[in-house]
Design a protein around this ligand. Sequence first.
Ligand SMILES: Nc1ncnc2c1ncn2[C@@H]1O[C@H](COP(=O)(O)OP(=O)(O)OP(=O)(O)O)[C@@H](O)[C@H]1O
Length: 720
Amino acid sequence: MAKVLRAHGIALCCDTLLWIAVWAVPLLSASSGSVSLVWLWTFRFFSWVALHLISLMTVDRTVQPVLKRWIAVQCLIFPVFESVKLLMSGTFGSASSVPGPEMVVLGTVSSSVACVLWEWALLKTGWASGDKSKEQKKQEARALLMRVVCYSREDYFHLGAAFLFLILAALCETFIPYCVGRVTDVLTAEYQHSSFTWAIGLMMLVSLGSSLFSGLRGGMFMCSLCRLNKRIRHKLFQNLLQQEINFFEENKPGSLTSRLVSDTDKMGRSVAMNVNVLIRSLVKTLGMLTLMLRLSWHLTTLTCVEMPILALLQNTYNTYSQRLSAKLQDCIAQCEQLAASTIKSMRTVRSSNATGQEQRRYEEALAKKLEVQTQKGIYSAVHLLLRRFVNVGLRILMLTKGRELISTGELSIGSLLAFVLYQKDMVSNMRQLLYIYGDMLSTVSSAVKVFQFLDRRPRLREAGEMAPERLEGKLTFDRVSFAYPSCPEKKALKSVCLELKPGKMTALVGPSGGGKSSVVSLLERFYEPQEGEVLLDREPLYRYQNQYIRSKMALVSQDPVLFSGSVRHNIEYGLQDCTMEKVEQAARRANAHEFICQLPNGYDTDVGECGGQLSAGQKQCITIARAIVRNPQILILDEATSCMDVNTQLAIQGVLSGSAGQTVLVVAHRLQTVEKADHIIYMEDGVVMEQGTHQQLMDRAGRYYRLREKLFTDQQDQYI
Ligand SMILES: Nc1ncnc2c1ncn2[C@@H]1O[C@H](COP(=O)(O)OP(=O)(O)OP(=O)(O)O)[C@@H](O)[C@H]1O
């Protein structure tokens, strides 16, 4: 604050010196003290250059932006005032007097007050407290808004047309009260038919124009908003799909869909809606101000008093409202997330008897949301009350002054009526101008979240370009250590060495949490190992194209995932030009053909949301068929048969053994399933403890043997 005052003092002294020089010249030469308008503008332009340079040389960098704004206002105030004065008096072009010391003092006070109000009430840039982070945030917010504007560039035609209609509509609207005043004056004076027709015709014309252009403006803005929303959502969804698996573990589906739906919408509105209101209000305010000044400068001044008071009120309200808006958004996202996760896991919720608990959690989240909403409502009500109070008070003052001006003949009744109409409109426009600032900042918080996701690059090493025509299918883990990003201190795999040979079936066994699924995740490149390499045909996996790996590898995971749509769609999912013959063949091998034929529409039967119409075992059969139809070089089955009955398991034994040259990895808890494997790897606590054939491991009488024995004694050799 002290720095600002000092800087202001220096600039003020320099400006006063310049004025003294101007006053001294006519005194010395005893001239009249009249100058042309051009001279005044030129003088203040050079004053601006001089003060600007002095501020650059003498003033601290942090206060320069504030000072620059003050210098600009200080240098503009006199030439603008003189120009308007001459324009109003109709003597534009004639000589103007050099402002005297009292005028300079008045101008300086006015420009200083305006700047203080602007900096404090409207911008609140934090210069007073030297708060740099606030200024930084504000700059970021502006940069974000500019980014949103850049995204709207493609809609230049729609936006251009919309702005044109907007300006035309605003101009027509501005003229309506003026026309009403004219009609009133015609009616209160001696009746003249031609004047009346002319005034009424003009009023009809501007009213019609206003309605027509407003409609066109609304349509064009809506159209560009929809187009922008579509583009941003598409881009965001595209980027979300590129993210690594860990991203989806960190960000829950509820909050992601909220970003995709409501935040993108809010962000789009910041341009289409706010800029719409901003320009309309700006054009109308300027137009009305000109017409109001023509009617009465006394009443215009009274109207303008309302603005800084409202600015102060609005600014205080904005500060609280922004904070609460951010809080409310979080609460909404939390409620959505809670509801979505409960509905999605309904079976688990019911079977765990957790309905009551989920209800309570949802109720708590709703209560929190309600609390924030109530707080927001109270702030809004108090703000509204104070605003109305100011409004009514000034209206009374204005009418009293208006009556006085009519009695002295300075104002006609029609002009007072036009003025009252303008004043109402003017205040609402100014309010909108002030609101827009808070609204834009609140949309910026949505834009921040959307851009965070739009800019996010997947935290996975970029895939290479390798896509060899022939692939052997040999997979090797070379001293691989790995910890999940969400739990970096706990290693899921510890220096694991293993090999999956082409044409062989390898089984991964071991107790829960041993690291089997982690091996599968690394093979699928869902994660990157922190140490060691995963090799495919002796080349690191990351050197291959992702598409290529996915086309050569098929995974059937623990939880069968089906999409709403036909059985056929679920089997050929992601494939193009897959024939019905191939689909049927794969279904037969996966032992799914029979039950599919019994479904009401066979292969065309809709499996329902997430395959809800099918049993867990049937779902697994379909996901196995989905893997087989791809004829992959490497087939990974992670607990793929856990829900099947013994007969189905035996029926698909052929799939588990793999076709000629196929590399098969089976992760299983049922040791019976893996007995026929060519190679068995026993993992525990992220370490490969034993490996060999079933017979070798049994002869060794180690962990594998003990695990099997335990299962026998517990008579649970079906499940671990
Ligand atoms: N997404 C994850 N984030 C953090 N830690 C994980 C994650 N998934 C697994 N883990 C941890 O990694 C370790 C190995 O888990 P993994 O799922 O690979 O074992 P598993 O042998 O497949 O178990 P199961 O047979 O029960 O499926 C466990 O300690 C587990 O808690």
